[in-house]
Ligand binder design. Structure first.
Ligand SMILES: [Zn+2]
Length: 477
């Protein structure tokens, strides 16, 4: 009998991997085994160790991967799956494929760096410590990707077809409508991947791409994310806050350092800075974007201008690509990056990693944190235990390159930038459904968030809703 099994993002927000097996015992049909998403486990060690375990179904027996979007917690295990013997097609939207080519290779590079670090420090019980996959292995898996446009139906077998509809989360992000069986007995499953802000928020500015997931859905089985199942985002306009923070910093002769994830978040922030400068709400100080991956991501964004929302489209029509904006400097090479360190006049530095776990942002903070005129501005989630979290939570110092760096700079965080719908937005989206699903499974949330969302859906909508468990199997017959 056909079944669905949760291989990741159950009880946690990372490692998204859902297996659909269409085997029909009655007809001796071997069926198809398909993965929706193939994400990396990140965060606490107990989860990360699962990246080293084989899938319950051997990788070589999996026929295809259907990918919702290019975030690592949804796509980052693909090179490992290929390394374990997977040879099938990976279906994704064209922008997702382009973003994966940047994100997966960068991940391979980081995996190699981490292994090298452990070997130097002899800090792993494995000798030698090995990368989960290499940059080369990540590059090699790109030839398995097959582009599928939004709303184009793909038949994978007589029993199984799918199509992508918009999730409004990041560039190219999709939900997967999966159809099992044919004719009157066909069943529709909807995998949300990550869900963008709902409905398009006029007060969540800086969005570059279209926001909001497809409405009026009607699946029998819904597999839904619950990242912010227990949270409300601030719904006020972030622009006045941002303008005030930047203007005050420049006035006291300081610089603003912004740790930001290189894909999507950095692009959003740049569009917002441009808008504020052009409307004279902030002074025209130089902006340095110090992340090679962010530059590649800008190029990919420009390729898919049809995905932009009205605001972003107007900015690009008027001012062209961010790569050519006057006063915006992109630092592709190490030496360009080092030159920023010598700048003593007010400027804005955007660099990654977004949670200050590594990358060029470390150098900028090392230099700028001890000066009280400077400002550190967080525009993304800071996971517990990361350096970003330490700085954000008001610590007096933080360790960077084995040095205790005093934190005298001002520190602020703006929470409006989230790419995920919050609880009320999720409920609002569910209210657009044509009919309640038979069962809703909540994935991609910490237990607390998933449980709270379960209660909210059950009490406010009266739906049958469960929190998915790792390796749980659901019969689909
Ligand atoms: Zn995501």
């Amino acid at each position: 009998m056909a079944y669905l099994q949760f291989l990741g993002a159950a009880g946690t927000v990372t490692g998204s991997k859902h297996l659909i097996n269409t085997r029909d015992d009655s007809s001796h049909n071997p069926g198809l085994q398909v993965l929706v998403d193939c994400g990396l486990f990140q965060g606490p060690k107990e989860w990360r160790l699962r990246n080293w375990e084989d899938t319950p179904v051997p990788a070589r027996d999996i026929d295809a991967v259907i990918l919702t979007h290019a975030h690592l917690d949804h796509c980052g295990w693909i090179p490992r799956l290929v390394k374990e013997g997977f040879k099938g097609p990976i279906y994704a939207t064209p922008p997702t494929i382009d973003l994966c080519s940047v994100i997966l290779t960068d991940s391979g590079h980081l995996q190699e760096e981490e292994a090298r670090f452990h070997n130097q420090k002899k800090s792993s019980k494995h000798h030698p410590a090995l990368p989960l996959y290499t940059l080369q292995e990540a590059e090699d898996c790109m030839h398995l990707f097959h582009p599928v446009s939004f709303e184009e139906s793909r038949q994978l077998s007589p029993q199984l077809s799918f199509r992508f509809v918009r999730a409004g989360h990041i560039l190219g992000s999709s939900m997967v409508e999966l159809f099992l069986g044919a004719g009157a007995r066909a069943r529709k499953l909807l995998f949300t991947g990550d869900i963008g802000r709902v409905p398009p928020q006029p007060d969540a500015p800086g969005r570059v791409v279209l926001a909001g997931p497809e409405r009026n859905e009607d699946p029998e089985i819904l597999v839904m994310e619950s990242t912010y199942g227990n949270r409300a985002h601030p719904h006020d306009d972030v622009r006045p806050h941002l303008a005030q923070i930047i203007s005050a910093t420049v006035k006291r002769g300081g610089s603003v350092v912004v740790p930001a994830f290189a894909v999507e978040r950095t692009q959003k922030f740049l569009f917002l800075l441009k808008e504020l400068m052009e409307s004279s709400q902030i002074p025209r100080v130089p902006v340095f974007v110090d992340s090679p991956m962010a530059i590649k991501a800008v190029e990919i964004f420009m390729k898919y201008a049809e995905e932009f929302n009205e605001e972003a489209r107007r900015l690009v029509q008027k001012y062209g690509s961010p790569l050519n904006w006057e006063g915006f400097h992109f630092a592709p090479k190490q030496e360009d990056s080092r030159k920023i360190n010598d700048i003593r006049y007010p400027c804005i530095i955007v660099s990654s990693s977004g949670m200050v776990t590594g990358g060029r942002i470390l150098h900028h903070l090392l230099i700028r944190l001890p000066d009280p005129r400077n400002q550190v501005l967080f525009i993304g989630f800071q996971a517990p235990g990361t350096r970003g979290d330490t700085v954000k939570s008001g610590a007096k110092s933080v360790r960077i390159f084995s040095e205790a760096v005093p934190i005298r700079a001002q520190v602020a965080a703006l929470e409006q930038f989230s790419d995920h719908a919050d609880t009320q937005e999720l409920l609002g989206w569910l209210r657009t459904f044509k009919a309640p699903p038979e069962t809703t499974f909540l994935v991609h949330g910490e237990s607390e968030a998933a449980n709270r969302l379960q209660q909210a859906i059950a009490s406010e909508l009266g739906w049958n809703v469960k929190v998915a468990h790792w390796l749980e199997k659901v019969q689909l017959g």
